[in-house]
Design a binder for this molecule. Structure first.
Ligand SMILES: NC(=O)c1ccc[n+]([C@@H]2O[C@H](COP(=O)([O-])OP(=O)(O)OC[C@H]3O[C@@H](n4cnc5c(N)ncnc54)[C@H](OP(=O)(O)O)[C@@H]3O)[C@@H](O)[C@H]2O)c1
Length: 339
């Protein structure tokens, strides 16, 4: 199978590339990379992987690679990057061939935060990706990631026999990735760095809940979809691909204040901060003192990934988020030169 992969130098795409090389050295992989130095790192470690130099705006490069591929996988700012997803969509529609082609797109459960309404702690429905699929695929355009999801969902109905799409939509991802360049995620490392720098934690008042999943469990799910794409014929795979193929990826959920407390505890235990102080703030004060990212910790994003469990037999097997807090704290302490 020929795969065109976007995001190889990132956290999600890098972990997947590691797993693909380990489990399927026979797959022919081309990666889109925008930086020569990072391309050299990938070429040195994975000599069989081909490099296409370009970025998400390189419509010609993307089109050329899409036409050659059997499967396109996108995790290069994919949840928000309109340009690259439009280029993929145009190329898939334009270069019609007899063979079916698969597109696995990475979105994110930030999509669900629009439902926070008048925001309330632990408010909000738990969206199930099978029973609530009609709601999930018709949220208002203003919802996070929705403008890009819409392009993929349009593509899903364009020629469903030939172009087979799946949207993989992870909750908060945690754990150290196995990629060659970026190995850390966004949320927990951000909190860890902030706690280490200020010597205390800022936590939202109330319980604000998001789902989460270990990066290795996410890669395993994506790998399953790729293996199915490589082996099944079009007729047998209708439930897995297309307009309803929206896969929430979660292993459970936790509340942000709890994560902040755990970060503070681990940092204190390691002797990196002097006390276990946590300041509980309302949203205005948290954003004022901690910066705009803190607004996210006053939202809920509650998802249930039934589709992967039922159709792919997927279950999370990695350690829960709390089991990775210490390594995240130590990694950020190392980056800050505190060790
Ligand atoms: N991490 C999470 O918790 C999480 C959860 C749910 C959804 N997501 C979504 O998943 C996607 C990937 O996330 P991630 O955590 O893997 O991010 P990441 O570690 O920051 O990786 C981003 C990747 O995209 C590439 N990239 C970004 N902008 C590009 C551009 N204009 N042209 C070409 N390449 C570009 C980066 O290349 P360079 O190395 O050159 O910068 C890198 O390979 C994002 O859309 C994110 O919103 C992430």
């Amino acid at each position: 199978m020929k795969i065109f992969l976007l995001g190889a130098t990132g956290y999600i795409g890098g972990d997947l590339l590691y797993l693909l090389n380990k489990t399927h050295p026979e797959y022919e992989i081309t990666v889109l990379v925008r930086d020569q130095d990072k391309a050299a790192i990938i070429a040195a470690e994975y000599p069989r992987v081909k490099i296409a130099l370009g970025d998400n705006n390189s419509a010609d490069v993307i089109a050329e690679e899409v036409v050659k591929a059997d499967l396109i996988y996108h995790a290069a700012n994919s949840a928000d990057d309109v340009s690259s997803v439009q280029s993929i969509s145009h190329a898939l529609r334009k270069f019609s061939t007899d063979k079916s082609i698969h597109y696995i797109h990475t979105s994110g459960t930030g999509l669900l935060t629009h439902d926070a309404g008048p925001s309330q702690p632990r408010h909000g429905k738990i969206y199930n990706d099978i029973t609530d699929i009609d709601d999930i695929t018709s949220f208002p355009s203003a919802a996070d990631h929705r403008n890009v999801d819409e392009i993929v969902l349009d593509l899903a109905t364009a020629e469903p026999e030939r172009i087979k799409t799946a949207i993989v939509c992870p909750a908060v991802i945690y754990g150290t990735g196995r990629g060659l360049v970026k190995r850390s995620s966004l949320a927990v490392p951000f909190i860890a760095a902030d706690v280490l720098k200020r010597g205390a934690g800022i936590a939202p008042e109330g319980e604000w809940v998001w789902g989460n999943v270990h990066v290795e469990d996410l890669s395993r799910l994506t790998l399953s979809l790729m293996e199915i794409a490589a082996t099944t014929n079009a007729a047998s795979s209708t439930a897995l691909w297309g307009k309803d193929a929206y896969y929430f990826v979660e292993a459970g959920e936790s509340d942000w204040a709890d994560i902040v407390r755990q970060v503070v505890h681990e940092a204190h235990e390691a002797g990196l901060i002097q006390s276990e102080e946590v300041k509980y703030l309302n949203k205005t004060d948290a954003v004022e003192q901690g910066g705009p990212v803190y607004a996210y910790f006053f939202t809920n994003s509650r998802s249930r990934g039934s589709r992967a469990r039922e159709l792919l037999d997927w279950e999370p097997v990695q350690v829960g988020i709390e089991g990775t807090i210490r390594e995240a704290v130590m990694a950020e302490a190392s980056k800050l030169g505190m060790l």
